[in-house]
Design a protein around this ligand. Sequence first.
Ligand code: GLA
Length: 400
Amino acid sequence: MLEDVFEETYGSPPTLLVRAPGRVNLIGEHIDYNGLPVFPMALQREVRLVLRPRDDQTVRLRSNDDRFAPIDFEIEQEIEPWEKGSWGNYAKAPAQELAQRFAIRRGFDGVLQSDIPVAAGLSSSSAIVNAVGLALAHINEVSTEPRTLAGVMADAEQYVGTQGGGMDQAISLGARDRCAAKITFHPLRLRHVLVPDDWCFIVADSGEVAEKSGALRDAYNQRRNECDEALRIMTRHLATQNITTQPDTTYPDLCSAIDAGTLIKIAEQVLQGSLLRRFRHAVTEAARVEEAVGRMLAADLQGFGALMADSHESLRIDYHVSTPALDELVAVATKGGAAGARLTGAGFGGCVVALANRSTVGEVLETLVTEYFGQRDRTGRREEQLFEATPCRGASIREI
Ligand code: GLA
């Protein structure tokens, strides 16, 4: 038990328990940082943190996973990060942000554990940011209202150097039980949509590590910059045509002013190469999110699955974030009878998500086992690599 580890480590019992779930993004990939809507759900895999507040500014944190060494640091307005890739930076991130915004001064002793696969595109790192952030906000009497905290935590995570959007923090903090959420940004809103009872979302891990604070970081930031550049060129062009005139036009402004088909026709004349491809992905993916919400509300499983398949193709060809292993997993899941499958999270490895209904899910799982996992010499545990995601409620904190 986590409480026992805490007592052995610190000599007295913990007083608070925080949980923060990972997430699986159903559709709307690599567009949150453009301010475009996304449609993820929180899942049953989560970070659990037991803690006892301290009267000083120290944070002492242990993980029950030996891969993650114990950390200690002081809460300050400027906290020196550890080297790139250190897990402890995900704890320093919310501490610095909350210190800068709210001058928090109280740390804690804590022990955490997580059953979210690490570096697999399921937001294991944002779950740590959220768990530590929620703990620090609570004990320092800062607002823990999910949408407010989600905005703060999204800014906090920039500390690790990946210029992420706000999807992971918003869903992990704000999700409702049995629901996915359409998330829109600026201002942050969550529209909760009940996942039909007979829909099963399968998560399958390629086994290729996609470490957000490691190599993935540069490829991710590069795409974000390309999207910004494409938007700048497009708005400049549109202004000369007197179509839109605001200098600070955003992706959502463009997508609501001009339909996706027309936008892409214009882009094909104005943009080239990777800028055109990134722009096309952003615009078509945003349109797929809008449609996907309608499909889920109508319990149209095949329609939703087809959008997932299109999303994967767009991520593979236009966004260039897939890998042969992810493509293979998508193909195998589809062959096994999934209505659709796509890479989920930032890509470059990690997981795919596949949709099946309750009566066919067994066959999809079996096909994945025999044709993907069985073909490889894998050391990990199968239940970590292949499981059904259950839509769960967002993070919480309570006294123990
Ligand atoms: C990471 C980021 C998110 C989002 C996804 C890709 O998980 O943290 O903000 O951009 O990648 O959709």
